[in-house]
Write a protein that binds this ligand. Structure first.
Ligand code: F6P
Length: 411
């Protein structure tokens, strides 16, 4: 039997933070490639939590695995091993003890800023060999992925999880459109995204006319302009219907408090200090009705974009980034995260278009302002180009309601 390069070594994978439809695909892709290099592959359950106490570790080597199935078979949590306001005691010694006890040589952390930020600290302060792997439906993790369009070069983001979520939200919007049209209503669709509007923008692919994002604060002045445009867009619409998308983290001027703020769903925070947002769509819908006298309804899309199976683009994206992990492992190039160098269509998701960034450089990346049209309260053509690479087209039927009117018979 041929001895593989890393025979006798163990690589462990964990998933932390909110789930996405691309997590199992990422786990499977990393597991398969690490196995080919000879690693025994472990799964750490429930994110960092699986490295606390006695540890919660499973063996993924030579096991069937379904990478198309959404969510994470390794389970997830928002556990922070470092001291936090919620949990002032450092649990790093427990993590180090378990890495040692289970004989883990390399750790791959699939997560966003929080999970990979903790991994980076472990690498820097304790010298633990870690590789980060990006994920988030919010698409707000800095990946340094450039978007070349016409004569613009924009710093975009491409995180596994976002393409599947984007497709789900675009389709959801296209479907909700028929209900909006049937009742000649305004639908205010709320979409996840605490600090960035990347996902909210995908509604424009499904037929949303206006979209509000956390990056652009809805001050008293902007609200006045917004309501004027809502009325104009509604009246202009041939079917008298309108879809307005709104990020859960939109900062909205509250007249009673005379303050621009987010709407909280609860006063709870997680171990990374994040509060839960939710409910802005209801406030906007009722203000539209009060101020404009138009019928409006709120629709919270909630966990829908996070749920369900991995879509094609994400499947190939996770496989391509896992190819880059092989190179990092071979070079023992730890403390890095694989990313796409540029925004590309499906068929160009290839290893030669990847690169690796220092985990010290990750952080939150808001929308480039060029992606948003401040006057029209919607996304720009540059954003449509970005999205077209990822989604190609969303197909939906449109029907005409402009039938000839029949008058009663004379006398
Ligand atoms: O971090 C991704 C995300 O989907 C955010 O858009 C959302 O605010 C958050 O997770 C909700 O997290 P949880 O399910 O833990 O409340």
């Amino acid at each position: 039997m041929t001895r593989k390069l890393y025979s006798g070594k163990t690589l462990a994978i964990l998933t932390g933070g909110g789930d996405t439809p691309a997590l199992n695909s990422s786990i499977e892709s990393i597991r398969n490639r690490a196995s080919l290099l000879g690693y025994r592959v472990y799964g750490i359950r429930k994110g960092w939590k699986g490295l606390l106490g006695d540890g919660d570790i499973v063996d993924l080597s030579h096991q069937p695995y379904d990478g198309w199935y959404g969510g994470t078979a390794l389970l997830s949590s928002r556990t922070n091993p470092f001291p936090s306001k919620k949990n002032p005691e450092s649990r790093v010694p427990q993590v180090l003890r378990n890495l040692e006890r289970y004989g883990i040589d390399v750790l791959v952390t699939i997560g966003g800023d929080d999970t990979n930020g903790a991994a980076k600290r472990l690498y820097e302060t304790e010298g633990i060999p870690v590789i980060g792997f990006p994920k988030t439906i919010d698409n707000d993790l800095k990946t340094r992925t450039m978007h070349y369009v016409d004569d613009h070069i924009l710093e975009a983001v491409l995180c596994p999880g976002f393409p599947s979520a984007a497709k789900a939200i675009a389709e959801f919007t296209a479907n909700i459109k028929t209900t909006a049209e049937s009742h000649q209503r305004i639908m205010v669709m709320e979409v996840m995204g605490r600090d960035a509007g990347w996902l909210t923008g995908t509604t424009t692919f499904g037929g949303a006319t206006m979209a509000l994002v956390p990056e652009v604060h809805m001050t008293r002045e902007r609200k006045d302009l917004f309501f004027e445009l809502v009325k104009e867009n509604y009246m202009r619409h041939p079917k008298k219907a309108l879809i307005i998308a709104v990020s859960e983290g939109v900062r909205w001027y509250d007249e009673a408090k005379d303050k621009v703020d987010v709407v909280h769903a609860s006063s709870e925070t997680d171990e990374f200090g994040h509060p839960r947002f939710g409910g802005i769509s209801g406030i906007i819908a009722s203000e539209i009705t009060q101020k404009l006298g138009l019928e409006a309804r709120a629709q919270i899309t909630g966990y829908y974009p996070r749920a369900g199976q991995c879509r094609n683009y994400d499947r190939r994206l996770t496989q391509t980034l896992a190819d880059k992990v092989v190179e990092l492992l071979l070079n023992k190039d730890y403390g890095k995260m694989p990313v796409m160098k540029k925004i590309v269509p499906f068929q160009e998701l290839e290893e030669f278009n990847t690169s690796a960034i220092d985990m010290g450089d990750i952080g939150n990346q808001p929308l480039p302002i060029e992606y948003y049209d401040l006057d029209e309260f919607t996304f720009s053509d540059l954003y449509s180009d970005f999205l077209r690479n990822i989604l190609r087209e969303v197909h939906y039927h449109d029907f005409d309601t402009d039938f000839p009117v029949v008058l009663p018979k004379e006398g």
